[in-house]
Design a protein around this ligand. Structure first.
Ligand code: HXC
Length: 511
């Protein structure tokens, strides 16, 4: 028995070395951790249970049947816990054939995907690989297809998170693309369908891997990445933080953590956060962090479409999805990118029973040919659609402007907003006073006194929350300092909300 156990340990030790010490050293030299080191940092200490450590590929082409086969076949899979809650994990091992995906490698991932879905727990994939195992051909492509199919079936059932920590090209990009969130590491990771060499051949464009698909490109321009971190360690620790916000599945409630932040806490500084001049900005993130428990706000897509802020926070220790127009950027206007960003976030929250709190300060949709040609109608409709179909508790606070169609879109009463508050500084109208007067009193435009008088008249009548409050579109005009308490109480009241949409196979959101 002693010898048997010793031989097991020897086999395990060999498997844990992956592609060998030389390749592990090369990985470290590039500032990257190995697959197993990453899993160790991601999960609670000692909680990782590995599966399929001894799986080997079955390829016999292109010399693959010669030499020693490496156990594990380029991916480390299993499950463990994050702060005591079960998560499933797979991490590509770049030291083994560049982490490339073979038929057996895919089968290991599929096993984990099936377990995660069956047992209703989140799955985290860590990517660092060279795409399809070139020697395997269609067997590898088939493997990808099986992984993709499971990504789709699990979408909206369990949270799926992708962390890109090295190359991620070819077939490897589409599995992350179908997950809920993608995070990248600056300087060491890149994602593209076809690499710089193919780009050069096909389009004659000269571009580096970093320029084509580096973390900063995807976190800012393409919006493929939800955030870029400085290094592996930071990214993995932030994934632990993110998991703490998420329910395990669409049938679970949001997690509840102990909090020392009193729900009745008033914040007097909110009374003065809105500048006297309505055209002056203030920081929506400051407002959100003043409202959430312990100022803990996990922002999603922070570097993209900065005119809208989305992310997770907690009230009474329970997760809430926050959406807020950001007056600091483009005056908080809704454009195509902001609409798509917020729509995706709202749909994630709705799929996973996360209540949505919306802070509104929006001057309308961004005019112009660039926006119209770019499909603003369709993209704006995404956000409208997302809010309208959402059945989770929806609490809205209009802090300042709620103009035009954007008033309707931003979780208004008319889109089944449960509780709609306004600050006394709210201005709810079809448009700002200047634009309105220029249109409805066009014939009086030559007389400056008349314009001033008409503008004042319009402001007095419409640029307040009270016309909407008179109609019951606003449930209550609240003091800014008490926002945290009022919103938290509203969410507590709505905790057992039940609302169902009519049966359908699925909706047809404008894509
Ligand atoms: C087999 C691969 C491999 C692959 C890398 N390796 N990619 N083996 N299949 N796809 C092996 C290398 O031979 C090498 O083996 C080791 O992994 C490390 O690779 P290097 O090239 O030395 O590393 P590096 O210089 O860092 O370059 C990494 C890389 C490059 C950029 C990822 O390896 C690369 O371009 N690989 C090919 C990418 C690609 O074209 N993949 C196919 C995409 S098509 P040794 O033994 O020397 O350590 C695809 C279609 C699927 O995925 C579509 C489904 C929808």
């Amino acid at each position: 028995m002693k010898n048997i156990l010793a031989s097991l340990e020897k086999r395990r030790k060999g498997a844990r070395l992956g592609g060998g010490q030389r390749r592990i050293d090369a990985q470290h030299k590039r500032g990257k951790l190995t697959a197993r080191e990453r899993i160790e940092l991601l999960l609670d200490h000692g909680s990782f249970e590995e599966f399929d450590m001894f799986v080997q590929h079955r390829c016999v082409d292109f010399g693959m049947d010669e030499g020693e086969k490496i156990p594990g076949d380029g991916v480390v899979t299993g499950w463990g816990t994050i702060n005591g809650r079960v998560v499933y994990v797979f991490a590509k091992d770049f030291t083994v054939l560049g982490g490339s995906l073979s038929e057996t490698h895919a089968q290991k991932i599929i096993k984990i995907q099936d377990m995660a879905l069956r047992n209703r727990a989140p799955i985290i994939g860590v990517f660092d690989a060279g795409g399809a195992r070139i020697q395997e051909g269609v067997a590898a492509l088939g493997g990808y297809g099986e992984v993709f199919q499971r990504n789709v079936l699990a979408s909206g059932v369990i949270p799926q998170i992708s962390v890109i920590m090295g190359p991620c090209a070819g077939g490897d990009v589409y599995s992350p693309a179908m997950t809920d969130f993608i995070f990248m590491v600056k300087d060491t990771s890149y994602m593209f369908v076809t690499g710089p060499d193919v780009v050069k051949t096909v389009t004659n464009e000269t571009v580096t891997a970093e320029e084509l698909g580096g973390a900063s490109v995807h976190a800012t321009k393409s919006s493929i990445a939800d955030k870029a971190y400085d290094n592996d360690l930071q990214a993995l620790l932030q994934m632990r933080r993110l998991i703490d916000f998420l329910p395990s599945s669409n049938t679970d409630e949001v997690p509840e953590w102990p909090t020392f932040d009193d729900c009745d806490r008033y914040d007097m500084s909110l009374n003065t956060i809105i500048p006297e001049n309505p055209n002056k900005p203030y920081d929506m993130k400051e407002l959100i962090t003043k409202v959430v428990d312990e100022a803990d706000f996990f922002e999603i897509q922070e570097a993209h479409a900065k005119n809208i802020v989305v992310g997770f926070g907690r009230l009474s220790g329970r997760t809430v999805g926050f959406v807020g127009n950001q007056p600091m950027v483009l005056a908080g206007v809704l454009d195509s990118d902001a609409s798509r960003k917020a729509a995706r976030f709202v749909r994630f929250c709705d799929a996973f029973n996360i209540p949505i709190v919306t802070f509104v300060d929006v001057p309308g949709f961004l005019p112009g040919t660039a926006q119209e040609y770019g499909g603003l109608i369709k993209h704006g409709a995404k956000l409208l659609f997302a809010y309208a179909e959402a059945t989770v508790p929806k609490v809205t606070v209009i802090t300042r402007k709620a103009f035009g169609g954007a008033y309707d879109v931003m979780a208004s009463k008319h889109l089944r907003g449960d509780i709609n508050y306004a600050w006394p500084t709210a201005q709810i109208a079809v448009m700002g006073a200047k634009g309105a007067v220029e249109i409805i009193f066009r014939q009086e435009m030559s007389d400056p006194d008349k314009i001033a008088e008409r503008t004042r008249e319009y402001e007095d009548r419409f640029l307040s929350p009270f016309v909407a409050a008179e109609r019951g579109y606003i449930d209550e005009v609240i003091h800014p300092y008490g926002t945290r308490k009022r919103v938290a109480r509203a969410l507590a009241m709505l905790r057992h909300k039940e609302l169902e949409n009519p049966w359908k196979k699925h909706d047809n959101i404008p894509l």
